[in-house]
Design a protein around this ligand. Structure first.
Ligand SMILES: [Zn+2]
Length: 370
């Protein structure tokens, strides 16, 4: 088995941690990735996007030697959520975290560094390997925009692994939900709250009555909804004329997704019959995927996990990731999402065990060297 260069993996992870990479500002991270790969013969295509403006990276390590293994796609996203400015990370007893003033960014730099080490170690070894393709995307955190814009005509693989799930190595996300986003604007009628409240129509009151009636939170095992933001009104002495809110619906079942959306829409739009002006707007954000356990990608990944002395754990994603998009946009693609140890992502408590990054790198090496 090919071994991981632990020192190099750690040094490269730290180089990535201090590189800025907030969504739409991924330049520093891109530079570090290119420097790490500078001495191995990979093809790199920059701006690998249909729009030619998003800075997705496509990387290809051509097949070597005698192998029947088909090409494989590895993917991670280069952007992080905020804040990352002046990040001060620490590593105590193998656990990476920050001083608590910023996020860590192991989401998804743990995935990036595992893929990079996989390419370096495979190249250095004498082992035959299939063509390895890498998609490093931008703007994942703001709606999977990089993956949606990825120039997938570059990709020849029909098996893919996104490394962007939290939890311990060995966890395989084989399914993910669809998502609908919606926005509602409600216009009522302003009036003096003390002198003539009966002349007003409170948009806030109507919004809250609707929220109390719509399906909210955990609907069933495969469906969730949320109102994420609400704002409205101007002052305590004015009956609120305006209210705005937005939210989301997720489900692994497209029929339920539509039923819930229509229920919500009709509850809100009912206000139009009672003197409110209500606009309900929705858009489909991404499509669900679900792969059966006998699909080649799952057999291949599971065997590699077993070879590394771990037990495969199959889970269903609650959120969307680039795997949703690759499964939707690349014909015949089967793409899963693999965990890389990160925990408490998107918070200042985010952390990752370095040994977990090592484990997931070993899994990738086992996948790519068979
Ligand atoms: Zn992520």
């Amino acid at each position: 088995m090919i071994s991981v260069d632990r020192k190099r993996l750690q040094a490269n992870f730290e180089r990535l941690l201090i590189a800025d990479g907030v969504s739409k500002k991924e330049d520093e991270t891109i530079l570090v990735v290119k420097r790490i790969l500078a001495n191995i013969p990979v093809d790199i295509i920059e701006n690998a996007s249909l729009s030619k403006t998003r800075k997705n990276l496509y990387i290809r390590l051509p097949k070597r030697g005698d192998t029947d293994s088909p090409p494989i796609l590895l993917s991670a996203h280069m952007d992080t959520v905020e804040p990352t400015t002046n990040i001060k990370f620490q590593c105590i007893n193998d656990l990476y975290s920050t001083d608590g003033t910023t996020i860590l960014g192991s989401d998804d730099k743990a995935g990036i560094v595992a893929i990079l080490e996989c390419l370096l170690a495979i190249h250095e070894s004498e082992f035959p390997h299939p063509t390895i393709e890498v998609a490093f995307t931008v703007e994942e955190e703001i709606g999977l925009e990089g993956a949606k814009d990825f120039d997938t005509t570059l990709i020849q693989s029909k098996r893919g692994i996104v490394i962007d799930a939290d939890g311990e190595p060995g966890i395989v996300m084989f399914a993910g939900p669809s998502q609908i986003l919606f926005e509602v604007t409600i216009k009522g009628k302003a009036a003096h709250a003390g002198m003539a409240p009966e002349e007003g129509k409170s948009a806030i009151l109507f919004a809250s009555q609707c929220i109390a009636r719509i399906p909210f939170g955990r609907i069933d095992a495969e469906t969730t909804t949320n109102i994420g933001r609400i704002q409205g009104g101007r002052a305590t002495n004015i009956v609120a004329e305006d209210c705005f809110l937005n939210g989301e619906i997720r489900s692994h079942n497209p029929v339920k997704l539509d039923i819930i959306k229509n229920q919500m829409k009709s509850i809100f739009e009912n206000g139009n019959e009672f003197g409110y002006q209500v606009h309900f707007q929705d858009r489909f954000a991404y499509k669900s995927f679900s792969l059966s356990k006998d699909r080649p990608i799952l057999t291949q990944v599971s065997q590699a996990i077993l070879d590394c002395g771990l037990t495969p754990q199959y889970k269903v994603c609650g959120g969307g990731c680039d795997a949703n998009i690759f499964n939707e946009t690349i014909p015949s693609m089967e793409c899963i999402n693999l965990a890389c140890g990160m925990t408490d992502v998107h918070t200042h408590k985010e952390s990752v065990l370095f040994t977990d990054i090592e484990r997931v790198t070993e899994i990738l090496l086992a996948i790519c060297s068979r």
